[in-house]
Design a protein around this ligand. Sequence first.
Ligand SMILES: NC(=O)c1ccc[n+]([C@@H]2O[C@H](COP(=O)([O-])OP(=O)(O)OC[C@H]3O[C@@H](n4cnc5c(N)ncnc54)[C@H](OP(=O)(O)O)[C@@H]3O)[C@@H](O)[C@H]2O)c1
Length: 270
Amino acid sequence: MDKIVFIGAGSMAEAIINGLTKEEKISPEHIHVTNKSDVEQLQQLKKTYNIQIVCEEKKALKEAEIVFLAMKPKDAKDAMIEIAPYLSSSATIISVIAGVTIQTITNYLGSRPIARVMPNTSAAVGLSASAVSWNKLISEEAKLKIINILESIGTVQAVEEEDLHVVTALAGSGPAYIYYFAEHFEAAAISHGLSKEDARQLFIQTMEGAAQMLKKGDVEPQELRRKVTSPGGTTEAGVEQLIQHNVKDAIFACIDAAQNRSREFAKQYE
Ligand SMILES: NC(=O)c1ccc[n+]([C@@H]2O[C@H](COP(=O)([O-])OP(=O)(O)OC[C@H]3O[C@@H](n4cnc5c(N)ncnc54)[C@H](OP(=O)(O)O)[C@@H]3O)[C@@H](O)[C@H]2O)c1
């Protein structure tokens, strides 16, 4: 059984640990976790998931087959410098750190199998839309293992590393866009007399229903939209406003700005 060590014990590490233990993909005794200084958080994780706290970094890292990097980008350099001397030559690195490239990780941790993952916050409920990209040193077997691990927090697409910028813009930041829509569709419905509870429930169910229709995959979104838009009807009146207010342009600008910011971060953390 592979031994996994998490460097960083924050919300993303916890979401993955939660998924792994819930789906019993790996026995908790093989999951080890460490962080910078928050001992209480480590105790909490141990209590909740029955996993191991790394007491002696050197030993845990030497024996680790998979090492997750799960700290903020600003802490990545220090963390990598700290762990580098202890990693075994066969250890695979899986980084969830936004903006830190495989090349940068290689610079600090040496030439070895490295995967970069962009999950999103829905990992907390097992519904992350994640993407992964890896270097050439990752074996086919390791790829399957990584996908299996990531599927415990949702879905996963394998993409080119360059595409992680647009993945970040679409899926990494995506939940916030949906919450923005929820906020304003709800507020608009409330302004016409609906209760907050009803507005919330109706919006959630509308999103879920539409998502399921899209998920079936046999009909393009444009066609689904056309089918619910009868000429002169209410949907047409509503959609017409979205068109007049250039919502499409706003969406393109949103993705453009987010992926540009991701590129800036990557440069900053080189
Ligand atoms: N949250 C998300 O939805 C999301 C989505 C996509 C990507 N990510 C990426 O996931 C990474 C982690 O995010 P997060 O939200 O989980 O952050 P977080 O909750 O702030 O957790 C960061 C963790 O890193 C630890 N840490 C910092 N420096 C360290 C060091 N030198 N050695 C060992 N551990 C160290 C911290 O320990 P202390 O608490 O002791 O300081 C803490 O446990 C980020 O790079 C982020 O870009 C997050």
